[in-house]
Write a protein that binds this ligand. Structure first.
Ligand code: ATP
Ligand code: MG
Length: 339
């Protein structure tokens, strides 16, 4: 069986709702009978904290068990060992988590150091194995669970951990707020992704034409596809005291910047996000449903009257279910996943 497609939510601007989106989409794909593996590559481990309570996380981290977190999987590579098989947390039917780890930040320097080494003439196996280690782990997790989709959360930066995460990615989505910072973030993101893509292709060529290549039959590397699926506008990140006109001003610039920086297309764009085929959705501000979901450790669309979702909240829960279902369907299609 071929491994499942990998989808990463990425923006170097923080707090745009990446983690919340992945959490909800993971539950939605699972409820649509797709087998989901969620991988938390953000050393802040917020996604892990959304799925598991603190006692469970402490137990996982303190156990330092082989493969218990993304860091435990790749940690042996920092010595003389090899990647450990991921030990996945079963969250619900068809929903698995490879937990994040604050210790992963220590891997940043290792990845930075191996990046130039992977362009050398000799001794390439170790650098390319390390640089592709997240992908190798995802492949193992995907095969082990016979997953349909792998969802990846990363932190808000353009560092070496995220470079390796993006190399491992088939598809990515950019969540955006409607403000100067999000737009500026998008302008940084485009050239960075483009250079990561082309620099990885050079490393693939270097490896494929190396003498070592023959010595490691069966060893595979990610192709670094990194195909953009679209962007999402997040309403919750808008300051409530700002006039609507200011929201419109920033949001209406997104289609043009997305085309020039991410798709590398020229020309004036007058289309607004609401009519833009690259805008996957405008994510609503779900207000009190969000803390309610966090308290009950549930996606907001699974909240019940017993959780406090009564009256207008119950309607909002139904609305949220429809919103995330539509979004999941929209995302699945370009990834070739049939729902
Ligand atoms: N649709 C929404 N409605 C209301 N609040 C939301 C919504 N989505 C996210 N939030 C809240 O916004 C905050 C930031 O969200 P989240 O942590 O998902 O962003 P992030 O992009 O992952 O942040 P970081 O860059 O730090 O990883 C959180 O407090 C979250 O609960
Ligand atoms: Mg996050």
């Amino acid at each position: 069986m071929t491994a499942a497609p990998v989808l990463t939510f990425f923006n170097n601007k923080g707090g745009v709702g990446k983690t919340s989106l992945i959490y909800h989409l993971a539950w939605m794909f699972a409820s649509l009978r797709k087998r989901v593996v969620v991988v938390d590559i953000d050393p802040q481990a917020n996604l892990t904290a959304a799925f598991l309570d603190e006692d469970s996380i402490e137990e996982i981290w303190d156990s330092k068990q082989k493969g218990a977190t993304i860091y435990q999987c790749v940690r042996p590579l920092t010595g003389v060992g090899d990647i450990d098989e991921p030990l996945l947390q079963s969250i619900a039917t068809d929903l698995y988590l490879l937990p994040g780890d604050v210790a992963l930040s220590g891997f940043e320097d290792v990845l930075s150091a191996e990046w130039p080494n992977s362009m050398a003439d000799t001794n390439l196996y170790r650098p390319v194995r390390i640089l592709s280690s997240f992908w190798q782990v995802m492949q193992m997790a995907s095969r082990k669970t016979q997953a349909d989709i792998v969802l990846v959360d990363v932190g808000p930066n353009l560092g070496a951990i995220n470079r390796s995460a993006l190399i491992a990615t088939d598809y990515f989505i950019i969540p955006l707020g409607a403000d100067l910072f999000s737009l500026q973030g998008l302008k940084n993101l485009g050239p960075t992704l483009k250079s990561w893509h082309s620099l990885w292709q050079k490393r693939l060529d270097n490896w494929n034409s190396s003498r070592e290549f023959e010595d490691f039959p069966g060893f595979q590397l990610p192709r670094g596809k990194m195909q953009p699926i679209g962007y999402l506008c997040q309403q919750h990140s808008v300051r409530l005291d700002r006039p609507v006109k200011v929201y419109d001003k920033w949001v209406n610039r997104i289609p043009g910047v997305y085309r020039s920086e991410i798709l590398h297309q020229d020309g004036d764009v007058t289309v607004k996000p609401a009519d833009d085929s690259h805008c996957l959705a405008t994510i609503k501000h779900y207000r009190s449903l969000i803390p309610m979901g966090q308290e009950h450790r549930k996606p907001i669309f699974n909240l019940t009257p017993a959780d406090g979702a009564i009256g207008s909240h119950a309607n909002a829960v139904r609305g949220a279910r429809q919103d995330f279902k539509s979004l999941a369907i929209k995302i699945a299609q370009p990834m070739g996943i049939s729902l």
